[in-house]
Every structure is written in structure tokens, then in C-alpha cells.
Design a protein around this ligand. Structure first.
Ligand SMILES: [Zn+2]
Length: 434
């Protein structure tokens, strides 16, 4: 059977099952959960797999992750299609969880519906039996980098090692046998967008410790931690001219605690900071300058400074050949005039870590409206949000795995990973966090 026929069949199957797919997405939208706590969301996916798809799965991965697997007629390549389970914090959102403030204003609910909708269509249409590779469908926890303190507690207890769910699943070995991967991210508007690269980051908790004294009566007996912090921030600014344009470095610190009482010399001042850049080498370079700056502030006034490094995410390096396949499929579905391309963006996702190991893409599909991460984020076009996304991913999977999985193997052959394996990847993070 030719690729065109397989695609027609899978798209028909998406249409035949559209009510179930849209119901899954809507239900997740209305019951948002934060990362590593997506128990209800994972249960919905599990129920969908059991009742609608019927495929072997494993759940409880990295606390809430779930992976379903389907085999082709041959096993020349293994593709992972991923959807993120978690929400962001946006208490003003109409569907925000009243207790946690969680809301789906990043559109991850639609990724999950599209991912498992694609699985349903590939199975129900019989297309899976015509492919020469296998597909895993991942429901991944914790993409949003929120509740850092709580996640750090989990890290110190050894429950998790990374803030990001994909990183954690890589560490647990789930990516070891995956050859290439694919996911979509929802976006407001009515277009599809493929992208080239993005930035990675590390984050820091900084604590300045000074010495308390009466601010009016005896400031000479104190050590002013707020002054130390301010000099540290100024020293960062003094380094900005050394950041190269092509590295798109972003350093954005905030003071989270500036002192205890206005008539006491501040002795406990805290800062949180992100350092972002286009490559991990450039992030590391900027990160060293930022640390040096924070230390300079402490040195100037004789305070102590403690810098806690928190692993962030690696930059995305989307695969060109896979982007082209995806864009061609989107063009077929919604017209080439509605498909765009952006070379570089300055947002971050833990999908970048996946792309440091295997070829992958992270394109955007419209159908939402409002501001991303804002209270106005809403569903506008369910057909696009869920069904176009499911079809485009299933069609791309067909491109990759039909005809002896020729395309997948060719892409794999032409791909040079930044890290040859999981061990190198983990060692790199260890080095970065020294
Ligand atoms: Zn997102």
C-alpha cells in the first residue's frame, strides 16, 4: 500500500473517532494538574488506552508518566510520539484548579489528545500493520519548570533527579531504544509553525548572608547583604557586553527576599536567576560570569554568598528533514499559505534534552486563542487543535516508517548527536552543575 493511501486511511480514522479524541482533550483542559502530580490526567490517558486503543502500556514512570507501545509488521526503527501531561500556574484562568492555581494555558492538553488520538487512528485504520517500525506514545510529566522548591525537595529525597519529566525519563533509560521522536506544541492562531533552534538554560538560587545590626544606631557593626546583592546584579550588567549576539544569552535575575525589617541591616537576601543561551557551551560561559558577579558582590562588603545550581533544559535543535516532512503534511491539511517557519526562538523546553540524543521536532499547531501562559488562553478551533495535530503527527509517522522505514533510517544515519548516549548526557549535566 502506498504512503498516500496510508495517510488517507489514518486521516479518515481520526475523523471517525473525532468525538472521543476531542472529549479526551476537553476533559484534560478542564482538570489541570501541575508537573509530577498529573495523576488524574494520567488516569484519563490510561482509560483511553484501555477502552479506545488497546495497546500494552506502562504507567507510573517518573511518578506520573505513561508509555503505550504499538508494533509494526517489521521493527527497523522505533519512533516516540510525545505529549506533555502538565499545566502551568495561572490562578485567574476560568478553568484554574482552585487549590493549586494550575491551568492549561500552555495547551499541553491538546498535545495529549493529539498524541493518543494519533495512536487510536494508526491502530483503528490498520495502518500500523503496514509500517516497518514501531511507535511508542509518551504521556510525559512536568515540562513546565514550576514549583522548583518542591521539586528540589523531591530531588534531595532521591525521588527524582531532574526538574523536567523528559530528562527524568531519559535518566531512567526510556529513551535508550528510541531512534527518533516527534511532538507538537499547541499555539494560538490558525497556522502551523516549524522551528529551527531555541535556547537552553540553567537556574540558580543565590543566598547572601550578612550580619544584622541596627540600621540607624549601629550600621557600622553590620554587613549589608542587600548591598552585596545589588553589587552582584550590577556586576552581571557589566558583563552583558561580553555576550555574543549569536549566542542569544538572556540573564534575568529577581530578588526574592530583600531583608527582614527596614531598621535592621539586611543579613539574609535571596535571588533567583535564569541564564539562557543558544548552546550549552554558551550557557556555561555566561553562567560562570554570572557566578563571578554574585561572588564579587559578596567580596565587596564582606558578606557570604551561596549559589545553588539547578539544572535547566538544553536548547532545542530541531531536525531539518523531519521538519520538512511535518510541514508538507500540514500544508496538505491546512494549505501551504498557513504553514510558517521560525529559525530561532528564545523559549525553553526539556524536549531540547531529547534532541541532544536523537533526531526530533517540536513544531506548533494552532487552534487556541488568547495569551500563552495567560488567563485568556482558550480553545478556539477544536478541529485544528486536536485533529489536525493528530493527523499531522500520524502522517509524519507514516512518512518515517513506511517502505522499510527508509526515511527514519536515513535521518538516523545523517544525525550526529551532541551526546552519543545517556551516560555522556548525564555526565554533561553533572559537569554543568559543578
Ligand atoms: Zn508548553
Amino acid at each position: 500500500m502506498d504512503v498516500k493511501t496510508l495517510k488517507t486511511r489514518v486521516c479518515q480514522a481520526v475523523e471517525e473517532h473525532k468525538e472521543e479524541i476531542m472529549a479526551l482533550g476537553d476533559s484534560i483542559f478542564q482538570e489541570p494538574e501541575l508537573g509530577y502530580k498529573e495523576y488524574k490526567t494520567a488516569a484519563k490517558v490510561k482509560q483511553f488506552i484501555e477502552e479506545k486503543i488497546g495497546m500494552p502500556y506502562e504507567d507510573g514512570i517518573a511518578l506520573t508518566g505513561i508509555i503505550g507501545k504499538m508494533s509494526g509488521r517489521d521493527h527497523k526503527a522505533n519512533l516516540a510520539i510525545m505529549g506533555e501531561l502538565d499545566a502551568v500556574v495561572c490562578p485567574e484562568h476560568p478553568y484554574a484548579d482552585p487549590d493549586t492555581g494550575a491551568a492549561h494555558s500552555c495547551g499541553h492538553f491538546a498535545q495529549v489528545a493529539a498524541t493518543f488520538g494519533a495512536a487510536l487512528a494508526l491502530k483503528a485504520s490498520g495502518v500500523m500493520e503496514e509500517l516497518d517500525g514501531d511507535i511508542e506514545f509518551w504521556g510525559v510529566p512536568a515540562e513546565e519548570c514550576v514549583e522548583i522548591e518542591w521539586r528540589n525537595e523531591l530531588r534531595s529525597k532521591g525521588t527524582i533527579s531532574f526538574l523536567g519529566g523528559k530528562q527524568e525519563m531519559i535518566k531512567l533509560g526510556y529513551l535508550d531504544n528510541v531512534d527518533l521522536s516527534l511532538m507538537i506544541h499547541s499555539q494560538p492562531g490558525s497556522t502551523c509553525k516549524t522551528t529551527g533552534t531555541s535556547v537552553g538554560f540553567v537556574s540558580k538560587f543565590v543566598k547572601y548572608t550578612g550580619k544584622e545590626a541596627h540600621a540607624g544606631g549601629a550600621p557600622h557593626n553590620g554587613i549589608n547583604a542587600l548591598n552585596a546583592a545589588q553589587i552582584g546584579l550590577m556586576a552581571i550588567h557589566a558583563n552583558r557586553e561580553t555576550f555574543r549576539d549569536e549566542d542569544t544569552i538572556r540573564v534575568h535575575p529577581i530578588i526574592t527576599k530583600g531583608g527582614d525589617l527596614v531598621n535592621i541591616v539586611p543579613a539574609d537576601v535571596r535571588i533567583e536567576a535564569y541564564v539562557r543561551g543558544k548552546t550549552m557551551a554558551s550557557v556555561l560561559d555566561a553562567s560562570k560570569k554570572v557566578n563571578r558577579s554574585f561572588e564579587a558582590g559578596a567580596m565587596a562588603v564582606g558578606a557570604e554568598v551561596e549559589i545553588v545550581e539547578i539544572p535547566g533544559y538544553m536548547p532545542r535543535i530541531n531536525n531539518k528533514a523531519m521538519n520538512e516532512l511535518f510541514a508538507a503534511n500540514c500544508a496538505e491539511l491546512i494549505g501551504a499559505e498557513n504553514c510558517t517557519y521560525t529559525e530561532h526562538s528564545t523559549g525553553s523546553s526539556d524536549y531540547g534534552d531529547v534532541e541532544h540524543l536523537i533526531p526530533g521536532i517540536h513544531p506548533y499547531v494552532g487552534g487556541a486563542t488568547g495569551v500563552e501562559h495567560g488567563s485568556s488562553y482558550a480553545i478556539q478551533d477544536r478541529e485544528m487543535l486536536y485533529l489536525v495535530a493528530a493527523k499531522a503527527m500520524a502522517m509524519t509517522a507514516i512518512d518515517l516508517l513506511a517502505n522499510g522505514a527508509e526515511k527514519a533510517l536515513e535521518i538516523k544515519q545523517n544525525f550526529t548527536p551532541v551526546y552519543a548516549n545517556k551516560e555522556e548526557y548525564l555526565a554533561a549535566w553533572e559537569e554543568l552543575m559543578k
